[in-house]
Design a protein around this ligand. Sequence first.
Ligand SMILES: Nc1nc2c(ncn2[C@@H]2O[C@H](COP(=O)(O)OP(=O)(O)OP(=O)(O)O)[C@@H](O)[C@H]2O)c(=O)[nH]1
Length: 185
Amino acid sequence: MSTNKRRIAVLGSRSVGKSSLIIQYCQNEFVESYYPTIESTFAKTVNFKNAEYDCEIIDTAGQDEFSILNSKHAIGIHGYVLVYSVSSRNSFEMIQVVYDKIINFCGVTDIPCVIVGSKVDLEKSRQVKPEEGQKLATDNATAWVETSAKSNINVAKVFELCLSEIEKRTPNNQAEPPASRCVIM
Ligand SMILES: Nc1nc2c(ncn2[C@@H]2O[C@H](COP(=O)(O)OP(=O)(O)OP(=O)(O)O)[C@@H](O)[C@H]2O)c(=O)[nH]1
């Protein structure tokens, strides 16, 4: 069985639960306290659809509308996980902003991407309906799922969907992500 390397970047507003999602996935634990991320990378080997994937998952600092996309989060990345919290309308609105920044930076019209509505255990403070998340994903031709890192709901699903979105667009196990079509002159 051959091993394929897949680099996945996780982006979204501050405090939506990006680190918690990755830590629950890679280390099977949930930490209640909040430590803002600067940047860290996690590794996990995943068996998915009869293939083995060496995943490198990049946890990024929270973005806002004024953040400039770090080129490290666009070059050499195979797939994206864009996270909002279902209890924050603001974080949901940031998804399209971040998605457009990636598309523009990479000079493409389509990227392998999963949009994730996190913290579904906070149902009482929900501000974003599932239908809205689903529609945003359909409009941008991405996958979508709601999760809870705290209650361990759909956490592995996020990364399986991401691998699946990558595979859909990767002809015959081509190992390298498509090069950016942006030329600096
Ligand atoms: N109730 C609930 N709280 C969560 C969940 N996931 C994360 N949190 C909490 O939300 C806060 C922020 O979580 P982080 O994982 O640090 O968020 P982040 O998106 O990595 O934050 P930045 O690094 O600032 O971008 C922490 O207090 C977590 O315990 C969840 O699924 N449910």
